[in-house]
Design a binder for this molecule. Structure first.
Ligand code: IMP
Ligand code: MG
Length: 182
């Protein structure tokens, strides 16, 4: 295990406090589906301001290729608004660079990133992450929104998985990480 439920809660509350003080005049939180959903749900419940929330879905052409396209766009007009993109994890940064570019073209008043996890060692595209929860090493992580082949997303902790093992058997850690009925 890498980050416990308790540690995640502490990190999310700290980020919520930072956002609440930075955006007293309002903010549009744009979450990237699907990985950010657990993080977003906990984050907004800990805010002391009222955010507007919207969602974006992207599809990538291949892991780490940086070639992505928007498959579900936001509905809110963000022109002149303070916008924060909410992401589960920033790895190479290629996905986020593309999404930020798309949003920037719409003329937001400001545009920042709030990422739960920062895998800084793997960054290819330099990015300024204004709000970050935790730094993780060059490892594949699972849980709290992060999945492998759809598994592990609904765990309320973050754990490290071995990619070789997962490629062989996507369910390799299911028995170990999901507690059965007691
Ligand atoms: P990037 O374009 O390399 O920064 O990729 C970011 C996206 O890849 C994230 O939003 C995740 O969906 C996925 N990703 C990157 N690293 C991990 C990981 O360790 N576990 C699960 N998903 C990951
Ligand atoms: Mg993602």
């Amino acid at each position: 295990m890498l980050i416990t439920k308790e540690n995640l809660g502490d990190g999310v509350r700290r980020l919520a406090a930072e956002l609440s003080s930075a955006y007293q005049d309002g903010v549009v939180l744009v979450a990237v589906l699907k990985g950010s959903v657990l993080f977003l749900a906990d984050l907004i419940r800990a805010l002391t301001i009222v955010p507007e929330v919207d969602f974006l879905a992207i599809s990538s052409y291949g892991e780490g290729s940086g070639r992505v396209r928007i498959v579900k766009d936001i509905d809110v007009d963000i022109a002149g608004r303070h916008v924060v993109l909410v992401e589960d994890i920033v790895d190479t940064g290629l996905t986020l660079t593309y999404v930020l570019g798309e949003l920037a073209r719409r003329g937001p008043g400001s545009l920042e990133v709030c990422a739960l996890l920062d895998k800084a060692a793997r960054r290819i595209a330099p990015l300024a992450l204004r709000f970050t929860g935790f730094r993780v090493g060059d490892e594949f992580v699972l849980g709290y929104g992060l999945d492998y082949a759809g598994y592990y997303r609904n765990l309320d902790l973050v754990a490290v998985g071995d990619l070789g093992t997962l490629r062989e058997d996507p369910r390799a850690y299911v028995d170990g990480l999901y507690a059965g009925p007691s």
